[in-house]
Design a binder for this molecule. Structure first.
Ligand SMILES: NC(=O)c1ccc[n+]([C@@H]2O[C@H](COP(=O)([O-])OP(=O)(O)OC[C@H]3O[C@@H](n4cnc5c(N)ncnc54)[C@H](OP(=O)(O)O)[C@@H]3O)[C@@H](O)[C@H]2O)c1
Length: 217
């Protein structure tokens, strides 16, 4: 897809990957709208990106998540793509993870991105794209990651089914199965603590290849 002039909603824009993606898309000539949890950091980012439209949301409010793409479509006068980089890490053997923490991971990592893209599917332009960052499906689940892995696997399979539904409109559904990156994501778990892990790969490099992937979709 031609990125110059493309109208793209970035959800999770105040996160590391979301923020880098917003800058990278803007550098390639896209017009971005931003959605993030923290209104103060979101407003600061929007100012840096030419006062682009911005709206705050909370992952637990799934109707609010589904309303983001229709809002972006109105704000940008059309919508060519949506990129979702919302997520939370969590660790622990299954007997040590509370049901509340497991529910949190499923809500933030699966139900929220699904709700965003559910709202986006009817309003994104034909030949546009819908993208979410999941994780490396090739890797076996790491120690203490059953609930995190389950949440990302749920999203991944849902994206596969969505891709089939959108074939007639040539909307590309992109599942970004990123390896571990140097964003500090695993150091901010909502439950447990991470096992010793090797350094993550370069996030900026990963975002550049993600944007290239959108451009070639
Ligand atoms: N970094 C990696 O190694 C890696 C590898 C594979 C996949 N991923 C996936 O990539 C995505 C982004 O990761 P990242 O490294 O950029 O981490 P990050 O900087 O922690 O970004 C996470 C984003 O999710 C948002 N978020 C978390 N809980 C939320 C909630 N309840 N409501 C609304 N927003 C919420 C955060 O909002 P705030 O800014 O307000 O905190 C932030 O924007 C995640 O889905 C992650 O699973 C990351």
């Amino acid at each position: 897809m031609e990125l110059f002039g493309a109208r793209v909603l970035v959800v999770g824009a105040t996160g590391t990957l979301g923020g880098l993606a917003a800058y990278a898309l803007e550098e390639r000539g896209a017009h971005v709208a931003l959605a993030g949890r923290n209104p103060v950091r979101l407003a600061a980012l929007a100012r840096e990106l030419r006062d682009c439209p911005a709206r705050s949301f909370e992952a637990y409010d799934l109707d609010q998540c589904s309303a983001l793409a229709p809002w972006a479509e109105r704000s940008l006068d059309g919508l060519d793509g949506v990129l979702v980089a919302v997520g939370a890490a969590g660790f622990g053997a299954v007997q040590d993870v509370s049901n509340a923490a497991a529910g949190h991971l499923l809500t933030v990592n699966a139900l929220c991105p699904m709700a965003v893209l559910r709202g986006a599917a009817p309003v994104v332009a034909d030949k546009g794209f819908l993208l979410a960052v999941t994780g490396s499906a090739a890797d076996p689940p790491g120690e203490g990651t059953a609930d995190y892995t389950a949440s990302k696997a749920a999203l991944s399979r849902w994206l596969e089914a969505l891709a089939e539904e959108l074939v007639p409109r040539s909307v590309a559904v992109l599942d970004i199965r990123s390896p571990r990156l140097d964003t500090g994501f695993t150091e901010r778990p909502v439950t447990g603590s991470p096992p010793p892990l090797p350094p993550g790969a370069d996030a900026l490099e990963a975002v550049r290849s993600l944007v290239d992937r959108i451009a070639s979709a």
